[in-house]
Design a protein around this ligand. Structure first.
Ligand SMILES: [Zn+2]
Ligand SMILES: [Zn+2]
Length: 238
């Protein structure tokens, strides 16, 4: 921490949003821009998909989740809505290598996790592995970087290589609702089922849109014996 403060003094950090100097030690979003982040509310969200529903409070399941019962994760939690300055920051992190944002993002995700659930209930932290194409094109796994930081914040183990991809699906953003589910079917395999059996897993992804990818991966973990799967994402497209 002391070293970070010295480095901050020598090379002052810039705010990712406004480009000005960051007034928050070791972080890349200044206090004023932090107010512009569209954080998800801690209450009034569906206990399954995490969508905020106006007029509701406490524990409830939204109409969509009650109707379809298709989601195989137990609960989904996101830090903020994919809007405005936040959306731009997430895209820069995911596609343009702005990896210095990882600590800011992990702070926000950990705060959302603590607000909506009990982190002590989690046994193991996993992440949705990046596609092979993403790793070749960009050279990093954006979700693993976040998952590792979150695991250290909640004092749990992060393990990579437990969830593997069987191949690269088409990009989900190019597809509509039901096509997304079809597209990710059979994408994931659990390489070490003995490590997930009977466990509560925190599954980290960058952005949740339809939830099809997280649901498919959670289903695979449950088929391998996981007891519960909590999904945690940085952004939520609404
Ligand atoms: Zn700023
Ligand atoms: Zn729901």
């Amino acid at each position: 921490m002391a070293l970070e403060r010295i480095l901050d003094f020598i090379w002052p950090r810039r705010c990712e949003i406004c480009g000005g100097l960051s007034d928050r030690p070791s972080r890349h979003v200044c206090a004023a821009c932090l107010m512009k982040i569209p954080f998800m509310p801690a209450t009034g969200c569906c206990s399954v998909c995490g969508l905020p529903v106006e007029g509701f409070d406490g524990t409830f399941v939204c109409e969509e989740c009650a109707k379809s019962r298709k989601r195989r994760f137990d609960t989904a939690i996101s830090a903020a809505r994919m809007d405005g300055v936040f959306r731009r920051a997430v895209i820069s992190y995911k596609f343009d290598g702005h990896l210095w944002m990882a600590d800011d993002f992990a702070d926000w995700m950990s705060a959302a996790l603590s607000a909506r659930t009990d982190p002590d209930a989690i046994d193991l932290v996993l992440s949705i592995p990046a596609t092979l194409k993403h790793r070749i094109d960009r050279g990093y796994d954006q979700c693993a970087i976040l998952a590792k930081r979150i695991a250290s914040r909640i004092d749990r183990r992060f393990a990579c290589g437990i969830v593997k991809r069987r191949g690269d699906p088409k990009r989900q953003s190019l597809l509509a609702g039901e096509e997304r589910e079809e597209n990710v079917k059979g994408t994931f395999a659990v390489a070490r089922p003995e490590l997930v059996r009977g466990r509560t897993i925190l599954l980290v992804d960058d952005v949740m849109t339809s939830g099809a990818t997280l649901s498919e991966c959670a289903g695979e973990l449950k088929d391998a014996g996981a007891w519960r799967v909590f999904a945690l994402t940085l952004g939520r497209a609404i």
